[in-house]
Design a binder for this molecule. Structure first.
Ligand code: PA5
Length: 432
C-alpha cells in the first residue's frame, strides 16, 4: 500500500511544466537505467531489490542479538559516520519518545572528533551498563576507528575482554578492512554490509536494522513499508502513477527554472534527523561535477523564527518540500476557559496542539508560496515504522532517478576524500 500523498499545486506559479514530455522522457530513461543497471555506478544498485531479497536469517539473528543484549544494558553506543549512522538515527529519533523510551537509550559516536564529546561519553559509560555497535563498510574510516578504539578500551576495562566481546556487534564488509579483522580475531557478533550497497543507501541493511531493533522498534514493519513503496516505484515508468518519478521531475524542473536549493521542511521535531539523512542522501549523490541541487532542511515552526525571514523575503533561490504528518501519536489539547484570559488564548479552547500546528503549516505554505517559494507537499498519515520504510525507499529511488537526470553517478563520493588526505598529512599518518 502506498500511504504517501503528493501535492504539486503550490509549485505554481513559480515552477511550471514539471510534468512536461521532456522531463517525463528523462525520468523514464533514468528509471530504466536504475532497474536495468545501465547507468553509472551500477555496481551499487543492491538497495533497489534489498527489501524483497533480504535474507530472513538476518532479521532473526538481529532479534536474537537484541534478546541477548538489550535486557542487560541501559545504553547502546552506535559508532559510525555518514551513511553508517544517519539512517539509524533518523528512524530511531522519529520513533522514540521525545524524552526517551523504554528500550536502551541509543547514543552515537564516531560521527565527530569533538574531544569533550568523548569525555562526556566516557562519563556516561562509567555510570551505565552498555553495549556497542561499530559500523563501517570500509572498516578504515578515521572517525569511527578512533571512537571504537576509545570505547573498546573502556568496555574491556569495565567488563573484561571476554564479556566486552559479547557486548560488541560489528557491521562491516564481508572480508575487507581492519574492522573485519578485529571482529574475527575477537569473536564479535558480526553482520555484513553488502558489497553492492553504498553507505547512504544502507539504512535497511544491518547498518540501520541492528540499532533500530536494539532501540525497541519493529524492523519487520520498516522493511514492510519499504517493500510496499518498492512495488509502487518499480512497477511503472509512467510518472502519473510513480511518485518517485514525479518527485525527481519536480526537483529537476525547479533547478532548471532557477531554484538550486531544496529545503526539506517538517513540522515535527522528531523528524530533524530524517532531514539530516535526506541531506546526506541527496548531497553526496548529486553534488558533483559542479552540479546538483543543494539540500537543506528545517524544522518548523522552530526555524520559522530563525530562517523564516530569509525564506519569505531573501534571495529567491529555494523551493520547499514540506513533509507533512496528518496524525500525531497522542493528543494534547489546549486547556479549557481561563476566566481572566490574560494570555488571550481562550479562542483556542478544545483545540489540540496538532490543530494549531496544521494551521501553522497551512499558513506557512500559503505565505511562502505567495512570497515566491515553490512548494511541494508530501503527506504521510503518521510517523511509524511502516511509513518510515515507505519514505526511505521513496527518497532513495527518487534520488537515483534525479541523480541520473542530473547526469552524475549517484553512487560515488570522490569529493569526500580531499579533507581526509589533508588531515592524514597533518597527522603524519604513515604512507600519507
Ligand atoms: O554514503 C557513504 O558512502 C558515506 O557517507 C559513508 O557511509 C561514510 O563515509 C562512512 O564510511 P564507512 O562506512 O566506510 O566508515
Amino acid at each position: 500500500m502506498n500511504d504517501i500523498i503528493f501535492r504539486t499545486e503550490r509549485l505554481k506559479p513559480h515552477v511550471v511544466g514539471f510534468d512536461n514530455q521532456q522531463l517525463a522522457n528523462e525520468a523514464r530513461g533514468a528509471f530504466h537505467q536504475l532497474l536495468e543497471g545501465t547507468g553509472s555506478g551500477s555496481d551499487f544498485l543492491g538497495w533497489v531489490d534489498w527489501p524483497e531479497k533480504i535474507d530472513t536469517a538476518i532479521v532473526k539473528n538481529i532479534s536474537s542479538d537484541v534478546a541477548r543484549i538489550a535486557p542487560k544494558i541501559k545504553i547502546f553506543v552506535v559508532i559510525g559516520i555518514g551513511g553508517s549512522y544517519l539512517g539509524a538515527r533518523a528512524v530511531i529519533e522519529a520513533l522514540q519518545g521525545a524524552f526517551g523510551n523504554n528500550g536502551p537509550r541509543v547514543v552515537y559516536a564516531g560521527h565527530t572528533l569533538g574531544e569533550d564529546y568523548y569525555a562526556d561519553l566516557l562519563d556516561l559509560l562509567d555510570a551505565n551498563d552498555y553495549a556497542v555497535a561499530v559500523i563501517s563498510k570500509s572498516g578504515t574510516t578515521t572517525e569511527p576507528a578512533v571512537a571504537f578504539r576509545i570505547v573498546r578500551q573502556h568496555l574491556e576495562r569495565k567488563y573484561g575482554r571476554d564479556e566486552a566481546a559479547r557486548r560488541i556487534i560489528a557491521i562491516t564488509d564481508a572480508s575487507r578492512g581492519a574492522l573485519r579483522q578485529i571482529a574475527t580475531d575477537e569473536g564479535y557478533s558480526t553482520y555484513v554490509i553488502p558489497d553492492n550497497i553504498g553507505g547512504r543507501f544502507s539504512v535497511l541493511t544491518p547498518v540501520g536494522l541492528v540499532p533500530i531493533a536494539m532501540a525497541g522498534h519493529d524492523i519487520e514493519a520498516l522493511l514492510g513499508g519499504a517493500r510496499a513503496m518498492r512495488a509502487v516505484c518499480i512497477s511503472s515508468d509512467d510518472p502519473a502513477t510513480n511518485p518517485a518519478m514525479r518527485y525527481a521531475m519536480v526537483r529537476q524542473a525547479a533547478l532548471r527554472q532557477g531554484y538550486p536549493v531544496e529545503m526539506l521542511v517538517n513540522f515535527n521535531p522528531q523528524l530533524v534527523y530524517l532531514g539530516e539523512w535526506w541531506k546526506q542522501l541527496y548531497g553526496e549523490s548529486e553534488g558533483k561535477d559542479g552540479r546538483g541541487i543543494l539540500p537543506h532542511s528545517a524544522t518548523f515552526t522552530t526555524d520559522l523564527h530563525s530562517m523564516g525571514q530569509y525564506i519569505q523575503d531573501g534571495q529567491r533561490l529555494l523551493f520547499e518540500t514540506v513533509l507533512s504528518v496528518a496524525n500525531p501519536r497522542r493528543r494534547v489539547c489546549i486547556p479549557m476557559d481561563d476566566e481572566k484570559n490574560l494570555d488571550g488564548l481562550n479562542y483556542l479552547k478544545g483545540k489540540s496542539v496538532n490543530d494549531i500546528n496544521h494551521c501553522a503549516q497551512e499558513g506557512t505554505v500559503m505565505a511562502h508560496n505567495a512570497g515566491g517559494v515553490p512548494v511541494l507537499e508530501i503527506e504521510v498519515p503518521e510517523i511509524g515504522e511502516h511509513t518510515l520504510g515507505e519514505l526511505i525507499y521513496f527518497f532513495e529511488f527518487a534520488c537515483g532517478l534525479s541523480a541520473y537526470m542530473t547526469g552524475v553517478n549517484p553512487f560515488d563520493q570522490p569529493g569526500v576524500e580531499a579533507y581526509k588526505s589533508n588531515m592524514f598529512h597533518l597527522l603524519g599518518k604513515p604512507g600519507a
